[in-house]
Design a protein around this ligand. Structure first.
Ligand SMILES: Cc1cc2nc3c(=O)[nH]c(=O)nc-3n(C[C@H](O)[C@H](O)[C@H](O)COP(=O)(O)OP(=O)(O)OC[C@H]3O[C@@H](n4cnc5c(N)ncnc54)[C@H](O)[C@@H]3O)c2cc1C
Length: 386
């Protein structure tokens, strides 16, 4: 029996049409510099389901405003001994639905003649130096350069140098029969829930007085049985929101790696890991969407220089800050509430956002650091150094 493998050639192949893949494809299509480059975008999924909700903070108008579903100008933080409602201007906390993003971006990409979208499961990627071969269940493709957003926890657990935590959660979109939400403010972190030796909090996004997303979230090493998240959500809706009559409209669940692992070790001259697979999730929070948007802009400028792809990533000082926090939480997961409570008590949310966006100066870094429990961080620093 003879097998004929068709090899189609592209300049670039983007694997995964999620946040990173779609942002990259759209940016390449939209930039006249790349108009002669052929691009294949491949995903195993048609991207027709609303599988996630993205939130991020932003000053003024931004790239996604056209598809923003809701935004808030206030956020609520609740700890054990401290509770506050913050006006976050000039920032707003913005939300978009996964499906709106996928549809909007796929439509825009379809309009670019040099970009093709193909639905196929990718089973292999090999850098042959002269080209990269991508194997899929529908055939083989080759390209000069490949951007890969397939993420697998396996490599994180095969090393012990960097602790691996996860931001894991289940959220319910509910509709109540009486007003229970304040649609003006998003609950960023509510640590009033039992901690059970972990860092556990509720995240609430109110869409109206009767509709909202209630999400039980942990920053910890291990996930929980499904009913533990669901029981916590049920209790919170009953006890905290004082609501007994409601309908569950939709559910979402997620699991985002929180680690300082060196993801760029998987890159080669012609293959770049992007999105979560590239380590673009902020290690200390799991927020990835806007850091991906920022990285895509940097990547486009980098591609114009024709350098090997594995020279793209750079480590900055925020990597060390994140590492210390993760070391602390990995060693004693119950310390999260105290750390975040001290942070929000001692710093304005605007400064916290700026710090998490990695845009602060050293003076501002010190302001943030001084609002955190110093003994934890000094000890973690000492352990890393010696
Ligand atoms: C429910 C949920 C909510 C989140 N909320 C936020 C938030 O509010 N704010 C924030 O900043 N971050 C959030 N995140 C984190 C992060 O922004 C998202 O996970 C984001 O989608 C990551 O983008 P990505 O491109 O790396 O991965 P993905 O968007 O997951 O894209 C990867 C793509 O690869 C495809 N794929 C996988 N394997 C294969 C294969 N073998 N062959 C072909 N295709 C394949 C998948 O189908 C997928 O489309 C959330 C994550 C989840 C899961």
């Amino acid at each position: 029996m003879f097998f004929i493998f068709v090899q189609t050639e592209y300049d670039y192949i983007i694997i995964g049409a999620g946040a990173a893949g779609l942002m990259l494809a759209e940016a390449l299509g939209n930039d006249p510099y790349f108009k002669d480059k052929t691009v294949l975008l491949v995903d195993k999924d048609a991207k027709k389901t609303n599988d996630r909700t993205w939130c991020f903070w932003e000053k003024c108008a931004g790239d996604f405003d056209q598809i923003i579903n809701k935004s808030w100008s206030q956020i609520q933080f609740e700890g054990e001994n401290y509770e506050a409602n913050h006006e976050i201007a000039p920032y707003t906390y913005k939300m978009l639905r996964g499906l709106d993003f996928y549809s909007n971006y796929l439509n825009r990409i379809q309009a670019y003649e040099n970009i093709t979208f193909s639905q196929a499961l990718v089973t292999g990627i090999v850098d042959h130096k002269s080209h990269v071969q991508v194997t899929t269940e529908n055939g083989n493709y080759c390209a000069e350069q490949v951007f890969n957003s397939i993420f697998d926890y396996k490599s994180l657990y095969q090393q012990t140098k960097y602790p691996v935590l996860q931001q894991h959660f289940i959220g319910w979109f509910i509709k109540s029969d009486k007003p229970v939400f304040n649609p003006e403010k998003a609950t960023f972190m509510d640590f009033s829930v039992p901690q059970k030796g972990n860092t556990r909090f509720m995240y609430v996004l109110p869409f109206s007085e009767t509709e909202g997303l209630v999400e039980y979230t942990l920053f910890s090493a291990d996930t929980l049985p499904e009913e533990e998240y669901e029981n916590a959500i049920k209790n919170y809706i009953k006890e905290k929101l004082n609501c007994t009559q409601y309908e569950i409209i939709e559910k979402e669940r997620g699991n985002i790696p929180m680690t300082c692992y060196n993801f760029s070790g998987h890159n080669s001259p012609n293959i770049l890991q992007i999105g979560i697979a590239g380590g673009w999730a902020k290690a200390s929070t799991g927020y990835t969407f806007m850091s991906t948007n920022k990285k895509i802009k940097e990547l486009l400028a980098f591609l114009k220089k024709n350098k090997p792809l594995n020279s793209f990533t750079t480590k900055n000082r925020y990597w060390y800050y994140d590492l210390l926090l993760l070391d602390i939480l990995y060693k004693d997961n119950s310390k999260g509430r105290h750390i975040f409570e001290s942070l929000f008590k001692g710093s304005r949310p605007q400064l916290i956002f700026k710090f998490l966006d990695e845009d602060t100066n050293i003076k501002e870094d010190l302001q943030i650091i001084s609002s955190c429990p110093k003994s934890y961080f000094t000890k973690a620093l000492f352990n890393r150094l010696f």
